[in-house]
Design a binder for this molecule. Structure first.
Ligand SMILES: Cc1cc2nc3c(=O)[nH]c(=O)nc-3n(C[C@H](O)[C@H](O)[C@H](O)COP(=O)(O)O)c2cc1C
Length: 168
């Protein structure tokens, strides 16, 4: 039987969904069957042999759709290997200190279900896609505009996580 993997993601402006799709493509080329869905739309995870949960970061926090999903599915997620990824601007500078900061963003989900792996990725901001409050907030926080997603790093992590999720 081939692996059937769910990628559930939480996004505000779309870039995390595109990262989820890129991970899915890589897993599919490795032979897995993969479904990709916004976390808030997932009803049941019992059909999957492994689950990946991804979230954007806003104001130093995971999006609530991701944390709610993990809490709601806690029992089922405890039965299968789970991996997490985050997409955020802190990873634009891939330093040890920033990795440490971004790993700590994942604590609210890690406290519920411990993952076999974590992908930490730089994200993207297009001010024209943001709501007025979000745009004002990002300007105030001096969050850089631009697309800093490193597709090679995302694909490399997808290959790595595929083998971790299917180790038996
Ligand atoms: C209002 C706002 C607040 C943000 N806060 C943070 C933050 O605290 N830390 C961080 O690393 N990135 C932060 N970001 C960057 C986002 O995580 C990044 O742009 C991500 O790619 C957005 O994902 P999305 O397009 O799926 O919503 C923020 C972006 C916005 C618009």
């Amino acid at each position: 039987m081939s692996d059937k993997i769910l990628i559930a993601y939480a996004t505000k402006a779309g870039s995390t969904g595109e990262v989820a799709e890129a991970i899915a493509e890589e897993l599919r080329s490795g032979g897995a069957e993969v479904d990709v869905s916004p976390a808030k739309d997932v009803k049941n995870v019992s059909a999957y042999t492994a689950v990946i949960v991804g979230s954007a970061i806003r104001m130093g926090k995971l999006l609530s759709d991701a944390t709610k999903f993990v809490k709601k599915q806690q029992d089922a997620l405890g039965q299968v290997p789970v991996a997490y990824f985050v997409v955020c601007m802190t990873m634009k500078d891939d330093t040890e200190e920033n990795r440490h900061t971004v790993e700590s963003y994942l604590d609210p989900m890690r406290e519920v279900v411990e993952p076999v792996d974590m992908g930490l990725f730089a994200g993207a901001i297009d001010y024209s896609k943001l709501s007025f409050p979000a745009r004002t907030m990002s300007r105030a926080m001096k969050v850089s505009e631009g697309d800093f997603r490193d597709w090679d790093a995302i694909q490399a992590w997808a290959r790595q996580v595929h083998s971790r999720l299917t180790e038996r």
